[in-house]
Design a protein around this ligand. Structure first.
Ligand code: UDP
Length: 311
């Protein structure tokens, strides 16, 4: 198939480009390089099955493809908050632009939504049937509400035009090709530990997250891509091994062998206090089963950041 990946030069996008090329697909990588990086895709440029299109998702575009995977959106908290109105446009205008291509070409589309649609969850772990607890007017809303609106738009294209949609809710994911300065907890802690700086734990560090290694997420996305049952999702993908942020900081210090200390700083506003995916649906419908344990995944990610920091 010829697969269009919007946001193909980002962290998840570039890992997905690699997997799809290995599977024998042609890949069209669309990116505006706002948070995507040319380094992430440099290794594919000599491959005749790989093509790059410089395009902003919030502007209309016409494309020929057999399948679209929509990943285009700044996704780390500091990046999506930098220009909140643009983040909203990437989500809302972006999904209309994607869906107009889907409608014209009559092709399937897989959209990556987010665990942020659950907001600060009142149900734990979060099943897809939980409708969330989201603030419409907070500094996180541009992303949370943008992603919620994008899901709504997809389901309305599905109901009105019969569009073949697949919606994934991605939980915290980490691994090689993350940006070292994107402000996420995994990249911050590893880079701080490798540089001998204090690890900045926000709040008291008792908030929880569960971290999925990138290859497991890519397994889930490709399983869903290949699923022909008409299942639309939304379906959670991630890892359900839950950590407090403070325990996570200690693990990073121990795996890097760093002498760094922990420094507590102010908790950002509306930071969800707990998050963990209920993976029952993903297991049942897609046969999804995350395999990479946190130590193994972190070791690979630490080696990646060691190389990046040398340059
Ligand atoms: N966090 C932290 N120190 C950092 C970056 C993040 O303690 O340097 C915390 C943050 O407050 C949140 C968790 O780690 O509770 C995950 O943050 P991240 O930005 O990676 O993703 P989120 O799940 O909030 O989108």
């Amino acid at each position: 198939m010829k697969v269009l990946i919007t946001g193909g030069a980002g962290f998840i996008g570039s890992n997905l480009c690699e997997r799809l090329l290995k599977m024998g697909h042609e890949v069209l990588c669309l990116d505006n390089f706002y948070t995507g990086s040319k380094n992430n895709i440099a290794e594919f440029l000599g491959n005749s099955k790989f093509e790059v299109i410089r395009q902003d998702i919030s502007e209309p575009f016409l494309i020929e493809a057999d399948f679209i995977i929509n990943l285009a959106c700044p996704a780390s908290v500091p990046h999506y908050q930098k220009d909140p109105l643009k983040t909203m446009k990437d989500n809302v205008y972006g999904i209309f632009n994607v869906m107009e291509n889907v409608r014209r070409l009559k092709i399937p589309v897989l959209h990556t939504s987010t665990s942020e649609v659950y907001g600060s969850p009142g149900v734990h772990p979060q099943p897809e049937s939980y409708n969330g607890n989201v603030n419409t007017v907070s500094i996180r809303s541009c992303y949370d509400e943008g992603k919620r609106a994008a899901e709504t738009i997809m389901f309305d294209y599905h109901r009105r035009y019969g569009a073949d949609i697949k919606v994934v809710r991605v939980f915290n994911t980490y691994g090689p090709k993350m940006l070292e300065n994107d402000g996420r907890v995994v990249s911050n802690f590893i880079v701080q530990a490798l540089q001998g700086d204090d690890l900045t734990v926000y709040g008291n560090g008792k908030q929880t997250r569960s971290f999925c290694y990138i290859s497991d997420l890519i397994d889930g996305i490709t399983l869903f891509m290949e699923n022909k049952s008409g299942f639309t999702g939304p379906v959670n993908l991630g890892n359900n091994y839950e950590f407090t942020v403070i325990d996570f900081a200690k693990l990073v210090i121990s795996l890097t062998g760093s002498k760094s200390k922990i420094r507590f700083v102010e908790l950002p506003k509306d930071d969800p206090i707990q998050r963990n995916p209920d993976l029952t649906l993903a297991r049942k419908i897609l046969g999804y089963n995350p395999k990479v344990d946190i130590e193994e995944g972190l070791k690979k990610t630490i080696s990646y950041f060691k190389k990046v920091l040398k340059h």
